[in-house]
Design a protein around this ligand. Structure first.
Ligand code: HEM
Length: 469
């Protein structure tokens, strides 16, 4: 009876008639004006509570009571059930998540040199690929995806794969097809009956299942190979560290759990990084003045030839501000992943029963005129103080590219490091521009959806060597 208010719930379609499903955040803005920061909508017959301001999102997601996860169709489909981190909750989720978070914190913290070397190595390969196509309009996705996959491969398997190798190509194809399928299938979480009613040509479930099964076989094969290599005294990569926990008999650690974690890293991690890099290249190529400022700063601080290192970031406030502004402006996960209440909870004067689905309107935070001077524009100065130093996290409420609280992305530091090293080292050598016929409109392919990443509209970029041009 004390449930958050919202628009009318119609049989079968829920609130769909009044929501613009291709631009959910626009509909949420209208509903926020009518109902306030906390309201509810119905997706099919399922109520979903939507949180619409930084304050309520932070208040909720910092609390364990909001750390549940619904067993949604896409997540459980690709994992063949609820396993790993993103689809589990309670003790299993906490232990598995702590393991990944600690592992990645160590990797990107004091001992970050090893992973930095791997990223820099990939950046060098990327630069030589770009050199081959100087002056031509090119699509950068495939090339950047190779370096993203190779870095993740190194983290989990301790080795690099050549992009020409069959195994690499198979993994690439599986990730591509599975993520495409999951984004299309998000609606089945709320209307599972559609999987029975619609023909395969629309649901594509058979195809999704085929790639899902192939990826399961591959992840299980990696573990068998690692097991055969492992002598109990090597803690080089993530699999070694995880196998050590299995051998110790630690609760919730198993080969199946490791396989699920590997799939999650490659599906959630690689795809998020890939989408973010697509925005990086698009936004930078449309903003030559910002590139010039980054290049001037790099030249003054690091010099024209020396490789930019992670430790340089503290002396490069403008470069860091531009990268953060890309993350805000791109707003790749407008509603993040859905949460669920673990018990009956109270928030903002409302009562949410145990098991209520909760969605954060992250776009609202990234576009809030109370938090950002020019919310609809790309403006790196959002992240700088008046003295041109980088603002601290405390000065940036509403900046949530990785979510917030108990479920915030455990891969954030690794992704930040990779974006910084790629952007800074590339811009030192190259400038990015738009092909002549490109009008420079920065737009999304689809405005937004539920648990779906926002991609930029397909584009090409011209890469010019700064010395030769
Ligand atoms: C630019 C890159 C990335 C972005 C923007 C991003 C963003 C996000 C967001 C918004 C969430 C949902 C948070 C929530 O549920 O409230 C999330 C969850 C997650 N991310 Fe990332 N992510 C990125 C890269 C990565 C990488 C590289 C990895 C792994 C190495 C990773 C692994 C995960 C996992 C396992 C979860 C689920 C956490 C949980 O349920 O406790 N992500 N990410």
């Amino acid at each position: 009876s004390n449930f958050p208010p919202g628009p009318v719930n119609l049989p079968f379609v829920g609130s769909a008639m009044i929501l613009d499903v291709r631009n959910l955040t626009k509909s949420f803005a209208t509903l926020k004006n009518k109902y306030g920061d906390i309201f509810s909508i119905y997706v099919g017959s399922t109520p979903v509570v939507v949180l619409n301001s930084y304050q309520v999102i932070k208040e909720a997601f910092d609390r364990h009571e909001f750390s549940g996860r619904p067993g949604n169709f896409s997540g459980t489909f690709f994992q063949k059930g609820r396993t790993g981190i993103s689809t589990t909750e309670g003790k299993h989720w906490k232990v598995q998540r702590d393991f990944l978070e600690n592992y990645l914190d160590n990797l990107t913290g004091a001992g970050h040199k090893a992973v930095e070397e791997v990223i820099l190595d990939e950046t060098t390969d990327l630069k030589s690929e770009f050199s081959k196509h100087e002056g031509e309009p090119v699509s950068v996705s495939y090339k950047t995806n190779i370096s993203i996959l190779n870095v993740l491969w190194n983290v989990v398997c301790g080795r690099k794969l050549h992009s020409q190798q069959q195994e690499f190509q198979t993994v690439y194809e599986c990730i591509d097809k599975i993520t495409q399928f999951m984004s299309r299938a998000a609606i089945f979480s709320f209307l599972p009956v559609l999987t029975k009613l619609l023909p395969e040509s629309i649901t594509c479930i058979e195809r999704g299942r085929y790639y899902r099964n192939r990826f399961h076989e591959i992840s299980e094969k990696w573990i068998q190979e690692h097991r055969q290599d492992y002598r109990g005294n090597r803690t080089g990569d993530l699999q070694d560290a995880y196998i050590q926990r299995i051998n110790q008999g630690d609760d919730t650690f198993s080969e199946q759990g490791l396989a699920a974690m590997l799939r999650e890293i490659f599906i959630i991690g690689a795809e998020s990084e890939s989408v973010m890099m697509r925005w990086v290249f698009r936004i930078l190529s449309c903003n030559p003045q910002v590139q010039k400022k980054i290049q001037a700063e790099l030249e003054a601080v690091v010099g024209p030839k020396a490789q930019v290192k992670w430790e340089n970031k503290d002396d490069l406030p403008y470069t860091m501000a531009a990268i953060k502004e890309i993350q805000r402006y791109a707003d790749i996960a407008p509603t993040g992943l859905m949460h669920k209440t673990m018990c009956d909870v109270k928030i903002g004067g409302f009562t949410l029963p145990e098991g209520t689905l909760v969605m954060a309107n992250i776009s609202q935070c990234h576009r809030d005129p109370k938090l950002w001077l020019k919310p609809e524009q790309f403006y790196p100065e959002h992240f700088l103080t008046q003295d041109n130093t980088l603002k601290s996290v405390e000065e940036l409420p509403g900046f949530l590219p990785y979510g917030i609280g108990k479920r915030a992305c455990p891969g954030a530091k690794l992704a930040d490091m990779q974006i910084f090293l790629v952007v800074s080292n590339l811009l030192q050598e190259f400038s990015l521009s738009m092909p002549g016929e490109d009008a420079g409109v920065i737009a999304t392919q689809f405005k937004s959806g539920t648990s779906v990443l926002r991609n930029p509209r397909p584009y090409r970029v011209v890469i010019n060597n700064r010395v030769s041009s």
